[in-house]
Design a protein around this ligand. Sequence first.
Ligand code: PLP
Length: 401
Amino acid sequence: MKNDVAHYISQTAKELQPSGIRKFFDLAAGMKDVISLGVGEPDFVTPWNIREAAILSLEQGFTSYTANAGLLELREEISAYLGTRFGVSYDAKNQIIVTVGASQAIDIAFRAILNQGDEVLIVEPAFVSYAPLVSLAGGKPIAVSTSATNGFKVTPEQIEQAITEKTKAILLCFPNNPTGTSLNKAELMEIAKIIEKHDLLVVSDEIYAELSYDETFTSFAAIPGMYERTILINGFSKGFAMTGWRLGMLAAPKEFVEAMLKIYQYTTLCAPTMLQYGAIEALRNTYHEVESMQRSYRRRRNYVVQTLNTIGLDCHTPGGAFYVFPSIRATGLTSVQFAEELLIQEKVAVVPGNVFGECGEGYIRCSYATSMPQLQEALKRMQRFLETKGIKRGEKIEQNS
Ligand code: PLP
């Protein structure tokens, strides 16, 4: 073997950049007393009845493979869930796949629809996986930048400007990671007109659907004319507090599902069996828990947005997810400088906005999926940090706990 191991690594793997989020949190991991507003996951443990159902399935010895697309019983529950909650109708037999997280659903969606060089529009700031997954599938990610002036809502004009003859699809994600922005039905309908006009496919990442605070969530597949061209992606990680379970779902017209299933059966075979039993229970009997988590996030969102604006970081009110995306421009620092200095000076970890796309420069992402006392302490530290940058606004934050 040659000494230079890099010689054996593929060009594709060499060109992939590590996630900016992870890179930053590796730095924070070595420090003591850090409050992390970083990684995007619920601070709730998965509701007990879901865990119990998975344990029971193990006790009963359900340890074999399931169908590639997942247990039919689970797909039936997913079909009922998507129908009741979002008014979209999918046949459990041939229109749904249970995946290993929404992450894998996004991967197989791109791999099933993209030819070499096809362009995919990605509304930025965006979740860090989309562009690399488009590239791995042979496509070319094209950023559609949004801005804080209208709360990071993408407009039909912005989308149309980015379309070329090579554009095959658009990735939409509302409520959004990292901005928390949601679009209402009327706004989605305007976007649908452009999509129809240019005959695009839509990969709609609806993983934060259950975390919508101000308006009823509208699935993109429910917009008139969009069902046939939409691959709907959702999952259990966020709304059901099941990140570690790695369970997601996708639903689409059956020809798309057939194509995606071919890829899935060779790469994964099926999602873990015992966890699929837990997911059945999640969809059948957890709605009150989901609602209570949602109420808790909404309270925290209101507190965090109001406090950030008070201490001098302008922040729009996001409609969903558990992120805020305040501007740090008043400090004169770049996003990375701000995040690094805040971490070193005050031991608060946030994510620099530029990891979510160029238009995220000048912003930071803070997750408020952490306890109120921790949030209060983090904001107190941020206020102290801002004062060292000459920004003094609002009352001193006191902790109630
Ligand atoms: N999509 C978005 C927008 C996300 O924020 C995340 C996780 O942070 C995912 C997908 C991945 O979800 P999962 O845990 O289901 O793979």
